[in-house]
Design a protein around this ligand. Sequence first.
Ligand code: AHG
Ligand code: MN
Ligand code: MN
Length: 334
Amino acid sequence: MKSLGEFIVEKQAEYPHARGNLSGILAAIRLAAKVINRDINRAGLVNEILGDAGAENVQGEQQKKLDVFAHKTISAAFFARDDVAGFASEEEENFIAFDSEKNRNAKYIVLTDPLDGSSNIDVNVSVGTIFSIYRRVTPVGTPVTLEDFLQPGSAQVAAGYVVYGSSTMLVYTTGNGVNGFTYDPAIGVFALSHENIRLPDDGTIYSVNEGQYLKFPLGVKKYIKYCQDDLPSEGRPLTSRYIGSLVSDFHRNLLKGGIYMYPQGSNYPNGKLRLLYECNPMAFLAEQAGGMATDGKRRILDIQPTKLHERSPFFVGSRKMVEKVHEFIEKNPD
Ligand code: AHG
Ligand code: MN
Ligand code: MN
């Protein structure tokens, strides 16, 4: 058995230029994941955890108590170490510049969706945590600025997620393939279980909130009908699977092959998902596993962000499936 800690040390030895700080950040995420995992697992037993927090986040969405708890857990895990100069989260309007001298001297910043799919918590369905790590662009020794956070996804140095599912897994990339670790709660260790994950080139699963069908662009509607065509010789109809937690839907499609779509629609003119801490990390993982991620036209990782919480349409998964939906979008301009 190889633990996540051992794996990180091993990888670092292979890349001596890589600094120890990144390992420290991953250690903080690993620790936060264990704490969040513990509380999610007990959610039904602990009144203070289930339900709404009674406030809205910057997106105007109802915060769950666990959203707030996960946010606090992760920011505390980073704050307790010296490896991160700044931190941004779905649950806070502005980024946080950690202001101790050691933090100001750190080279990295982190963005997170502390709890993804939080509407699923109260009904015991899988949720996740997403993270995205960049090298800061402003000089070390100074407080971080918004510029450090508004970098295109292609500049990520690491990204990943934790899925709290039938088992808890941490999946991450540092730009050299994707590896997955399953949590063994008896010994408190994430053990390497999915080495060098490859996203199948083609798949049989499409994942989209079909209740919004009428609001989608014409090309996407036609692609959905294409997925549903009764054409056994071509392997259709495909299978529809949608959990409503990006992390869980992405994780399934990553392992089995498939496409996840959250297109723009009349209710979400720019899509619903957040570019910086939902689309970018998943796009980095997808590409590292051999898949593709776009906004329907452009590669997600090439987009220059202009706002911390900006949204983007999102198409991610098996390369051939993303290419196919692109064909439909190109042929059917709205
Ligand atoms: P979050 O819980 O972090 O706000 O994210 C919810 C996101 C994403 O996880 C999921 O895929 C999507 O919202 C589901 O949206 P719909 O309910 O509109 O399908
Ligand atoms: Mn989310
Ligand atoms: Mn969230």
